[in-house]
Each structure stands twice: as structure tokens, then as C-alpha cells.
Design a protein around this ligand. Structure first.
Ligand SMILES: NC(=O)c1ccc[n+]([C@@H]2O[C@H](COP(=O)([O-])OP(=O)(O)OC[C@H]3O[C@@H](n4cnc5c(N)ncnc54)[C@H](O)[C@@H]3O)[C@@H](O)[C@H]2O)c1
Length: 397
């Protein structure tokens, strides 16, 4: 007999042969294995019931973005510190508050997990085993084995697994990628991603005090935050070949591992990617900045200013224009969209994937590739050698 869920994805209009013969309703079908399976039509129609897990700093950011996404309802909120869950639930008018995420399982279709890194695996696997879709904060899990097992359980239970990499969905970054893909600027020579923050400091009143403990974090700055930008470089620059990482704890004594990173990656097409970042910035000029040197000039996405600029000494301006000589603004962020993490774009992508069955752009396997690059860079740094990164591109999945 055909497998109901496979049959559904292949031929959604007619449904599973077994269900048809048994005259089961075509909106909610009972799979012959005993599981409930929703038809594609019902998923497209219904509001997605989302549960939020872990109500610290990042979930508060998500809470200000979820209302911008259509077709979801926040039905449950969890944090082991009840007041944190209560304050997020209040903002979003969520009816169910808990300190134990397992108790929300029957109320939700999907979960957004923003827990400390060492809990990602356990929480993701629990919900996937119960047939719930999972949007997991980055980094996906702390080890390759955990990532692979989470991916396997999600595939086995036919649920969507997406890693929350909001930068991939920022309109300014999408614009930058479009400009590069247009071919108008020729080949990429070098891409630099620069981030400067003050994170995890051990002040007594810092809610993220002790963040830097490697056992919970799974790595230092490069793993915990740099994973965004390694992923971005793989997306822009293709297959990596080799690389090096240097980390330091200077100025970030609260970190067990590096609080500041410099990663250099050479790509198969000859381009060089550079990620320079610190969690110890007591001041910054660039903030978050993405620069791409091409054969026709330098393209920059400045997240703080919300603009994509082209720098080229051949650009001439009319007197009185605001643009700098040699610099032209190619794109500007919508008025009203601030410099936040803009996570509404990634959440909207997750909801779309759950509804349509599409594979998320930042799916589990894609997210794992970037983490493999980081683990290889860490290992090479430890051994004092250059990392072999061949085969770790997003097209090598
Ligand atoms: N995408 C981004 O730009 C971005 C930025 C910051 C953090 N993050 C990610 O978000 C996740 C959370 O980070 P954060 O900065 O919000 O951390 P945080 O420490 O501020 O919040 C974590 C929350 O989880 C709660 N918690 C811990 N154990 C729990 C359990 N067993 N059950 C329920 N709740 C529990 C804590 O009480 C806390 O409120 C991490 O994966 C982090 O890397 C992503």
C-alpha cells in the first residue's frame, strides 16, 4: 500500500488511495499508520498555531516581528522563568503559558525555539517526533551528530526544519545577492563581513551573564554568531576550498572560548571571504557591514543605515547631491523598518514552507554545512594548519 504522506505530496488533489477507499474526509485524513495527516488544502487554509520556546533576548526580538507575519497565531509560550513567558505572552495575547515545553505539544502545529544552544537538540527532536514543524534558532545544534539526528527525525516525521538565519532574508542582503547574480559587476574579488557587538559580559545585572560558557554555547563567537556570516559567504561565494581562523579572548574575559574572531576563507572561484567580528566592542563605527569588492566597484550593505551602496571612482555626481563622490545609493530600506533583526521575513518564509511543503532555504542540511566549515576552522586553528574545506558548499549537500 502507498505511503499516505508520500502519496499526498505527489498527488495532493486525489489523496491517499487507502483514505479514498475508506471514505475518510479529505480535509483531515487519518493515515493508515494511525497518524493524523492534514491535506495540502487544509494546511493552505488554516492559521498555523505557533508555540514560542525560550523567552530571553532573542524571543523578545521575535515577539516584535511575529505580528507582521500573516497566517499565524501564537497559541503557547514557554520559559523556565515564568515571568519571562508571561511578558511575551502578554504582548502577543497568547492563551497558554508554561514552564515545561512538553506540555504545549498538543496545542501547536509548529514551534519557534530560542533556547540556549545545548537544549536545541532535545527540544527540536521532541517536537519533530510529535509531528510538529520546527524553526530552530542558530546554531542548529552543538555537534554534527545532534544536527544529523535532528535532520533525520524531521525527515522521518515529514516536518519542516528551518534554521533561523534572518540575515539571509534581509531585503538589503537579498538585493546585494541579486546585484551580484545579475553579472553587472563582474566577478567577486573579496567579500568582508564585519560585526561589532558587546555580548555576554559578566555584569551582575546582565540577563545573559555566563552566556560564554562553552559547554552551553558549543563554541565561541565564530560558532555562536559568526555562523550567520559563514552561511552568508557560502551563499554568495560558493564552494569553499581552504581557510583559517584566529580567535582571541582579549577584552572578553567572560568567554571560555574566543570572543573575537578573524576567519579567512578561499573559495573555488578564487574569491576570498573574510569575517571579522567581536563580542567585546565598547564602541563601533561600522556596526554590521557587508562589503563586496567586484571587478566593477565595491558594493556595500550597511545594515545600520539600511542602504546598499556602490563605490566606484568613475561615479560623478551633480553638485548638491547628498551622495558622496564616487558613491551611489542603489537601494534603501523601507521607511519605518529599523535596524533590528527583521525576523518577520524569516518567519514568513518558514510559514510559507510549512504550508506549501517547500524546503526552507536555510534548511537543516544547509545550516549544517556552515557549521562543518566552522568546526573544520576550529580544528585547523587548534592544530596550527590550514583547514581543508572542500565539499562544504551549499551545493554539495
Ligand atoms: N538570530 C539572531 O540574530 C540571534 C541573536 C541572539 C540570539 N540568538 C539565538 O537565540 C537563542 C536564544 O538566545 P538568547 O540570546 O535569547 O538567550 P537568552 O539566554 O536571553 O534566552 C534563553 C531563554 O531560554 C530560557 N530557558 C532556558 N532553559 C529553558 C528550558 N529548559 N525551557 C524553557 N526555557 C528555558 C531562559 O530562561 C531564557 O529566558 C540562541 O540559540 C541564540 O544563539 C539568535
Amino acid at each position: 500500500m502507498s505511503d499516505c504522506a508520500n502519496y499526498l505530496s505527489d498527488q495532493p488533489k486525489t489523496g491517499c488511495l487507502f483514505c479514498v477507499i475508506m471514505k475518510l474526509p479529505d480535509i483531515i485524513m487519518i493515515h493508515h499508520s494511525g497518524k493524523f495527516v492534514k491535506s495540502e488544502e487544509s494546511i493552505l487554509m488554516e492559521t498555523l498555531r505557533l508555540g514560542l520556546i525560550g523567552c530571553g533576548g532573542m524571543m523578545r526580538t521575535h515577539a516584535s516581528a511575529v505580528n507582521l507575519v500573516e497566517g499565524i497565531e501564537i497559541v503557547a509560550v514557554c520559559d523556565i522563568i515564568r515571568e519571562r513567558a508571561e511578558s511575551v505572552a502578554e504582548v502577543l495575547n497568547a492563551p497558554y503559558i508554561t514552564t515545561d515545553f512538553e506540555t504545549m505539544v498538543d496545542r501547536v502545529d509548529a514551534v519557534l525555539v530560542a533556547l540556549p544552544h545545548d537544549l536545541h537538540y532535545e527540544c527540536g527532536v521532541f517536537f519533530a517526533r510529535h509531528g510538529k514543524h520546527v524553526m530552530m534558532e542558530k546554531p542548529l545544534c552543538n555537534t554534527e551528530e545532534e544536527c544529523l539526528e535532528l535532520i533525520r527525525v524531521c525527515e522521518e516525521n515529514r516536518v519542516t526544519l528551518m534554521c533561523a538565519y534572518p540575515v539571509r532574508f534581509w531585503p538589503g542582503i537579498v538585493k546585494l545577492k541579486e546585484l551580484i547574480d545579475s553579472g553587472e559587476y563582474g566577478e567577486i574579488i573579496q567579500m568582508s563581513v564585519w560585526t561589532e557587538q558587546l555580548t555576554g559580559a559578566d555584569w551582575d545585572d546582565n540577563p545573559r551573564k555566563n552566556w560564554g560558557q562553552t559547554a552551553r554555547l558549543g563554541g565561541g563567537q565564530l560558532f555562536s554568531h559568526g555562523c550567520h556570516y559563514v552561511d552568508i559567504m557560502l551563499w554568495f561565494l560558493g564552494e569553499p576550498v581552504s581557510g583559517m581562523h584566529f580567535g582571541t579572548k582579549n577584552g572578553t574575559p567572560w568567554m571560555l572560548r574566543e570572543g573575537t574572531s578573524a576567519a579567512i576563507i578561499k573559495f573555488k572561484n578564487g574569491a576570498i571571504g573574510y569575517h571579522g567580528a567581536t563580542w567585546g566592542a565598547r564602541g563601533t563605527r561600522l556596526g554590521y557591514d557587508f562589503q563586496i569588492q567586484t571587478e566593477k566597484g565595491m558594493l556595500e550593505y550597511d545594515h545600520g543605515a539600511g542602504v546598499v551602496r556602490l563605490y566606484n571612482s568613475n561615479i560623478r555626481h551633480e553638485p548638491g547631491t547628498l551622495e558622496k563622490t564616487g558613491c551611489k545609493i542603489l537601494w534603501e530600506r523601507n521607511k519605518g523598518e529599523g535596524t533590528s533583526k527583521l525576523t518577520n521575513y524569516e518567519i514568513a518564509h518558514f510559514v510559507d514552507c510549512v504550508r506549501t511543503g517547500k524546503t526552507p532555504i536555510t534548511n537543516g542540511r544547509a545550516a549544517l554545512q556552515g557549521l562543518r566549515v566552522i568546526w573544520a576552522l576550529y580544528e585547523a586553528e587548534r592544530r596550527g594548519i590550514t583547514a581543508d574545506l572542500r565539499g562544504l558548499g551549499l551545493d554539495n549537500l
